[in-house]
Design a protein around this ligand. Sequence first.
Ligand code: ADP
Length: 436
Amino acid sequence: MVKVDVDSIEATWGGQDYRVVTLDPEGVVFLSSEPAWLFSRTRPMTPEGVAALAATRRYANETPSTFPLVSDETLRGLRLWRVEGEGGVGEYAVVSQLMPGAGWTLSVLQDTAPARAQALTVTIGAVLALALIGMALAAVRQRRARLRDRLVMQAAAQAQLEARVEERTRELAEVNRALGAEVAERRQAEENLRRAQDDLVQAAKLAALGQMSAALGHEVNQPLGALRNYAENAATLLDRGRAPVARAAIDRILSMADRMGAIARRLHTFGRRPGQRLQPVDITEAVEAAREIAGARLKQTGATLEIDISEGLPCVIGGPVRMQQVLVNLLTNAADAVAGREDRRIRLAARAEGGAVSLVVEDSGHGVPPEIAARIFDPFFSTKGVGNGLGLGLSISYNILKDFGGDLSLVESGLGGAAFRLDLQAAEVGTRLAAE
Ligand code: ADP
């Protein structure tokens, strides 16, 4: 018999993270790194085993206790023991090796708790990582979805915008078409209006011609009839040998002829010959001539004519005869306006204004009512009755002034009636015109 102290072997097993048990053929733990498990049996003992134990007194008087094994199972080739311990049930992975000569079984028990904890940690880590990846993927998908939504919205907005632009374009085209039609309509209306105006002017001209014929007939017929009477009288008187009385009748005939001559002259003043050469005209001379021609009418109406021409007035650009026509016309109009009134003043004033000369003919007559002021320069416009006015004087005068490069306008009168202002170019300035 050899006795071996195994305490030192057991001591080397202690302090490790694994446990070691050695079982005898009866399944009793006789060597262990865990002192509490010593002499405990891992399976129920056979009666023969109990007898042999008692006979050999292998463990002296020690009666084997029960090994606190809760379960013994194999999981995927790995043997697992669950053992009751001080701190509760522990689980161990068991690797056993049979020692054939002695019939002992050496088992190493590795606590599964750290491995499980590690596996749990790894699992939790993996789950967390997966969760993170999942979240990242979800975020990416969400972003993509949002982007897609935004793109879809943008596309929808663009389509809407395009549709609106198209609609506006259509509307604009429509408006444009309508405008075009309106413009065409306006043009047509203007054309119609112009034609109507032309017709009216034509009608007015014909009416005026009629009026003029009547006036001329009236003006000429009277002296003609008288002329004929006086001529017959003169002939009869001569036949009877009453020469002195016949002489008086012939004098009357002469005065009638003079009157008709005067009428012809008056008509002559209405004649206008544009395109004539322009030349320097002495205003003083033109005024004197006009005063002479209009003298009879002025005398007849009892009008006083005051002439005020400033010293050293330059000549103006125009034509001497046409200038006289204008002045005669203005003076006779003024005489007509003051005729029959208490205050019968007419004033003619001429002033130099820079390179121009202004001439104003004003009177204390009835003036021009504002409602006809815009029409007095129109041809054939007259407020005088048949036989008294043809309505051509101002119209012709206006055109003559335009031919001179000047202007004729109705202005405010200082005498309470009408005032006509002639704007003329001084000859020194207007030499270019004079040369044309
Ligand atoms: P007429 O003398 O033959 O009527 P005019 O063309 O000379 O033609 O004048 C047109 C109209 O202008 C006149 O009928 C008259 O109503 C108005 N008119 C012209 N001169 C004067 C004036 N000095 N005072 C008031 N009205 C005037």
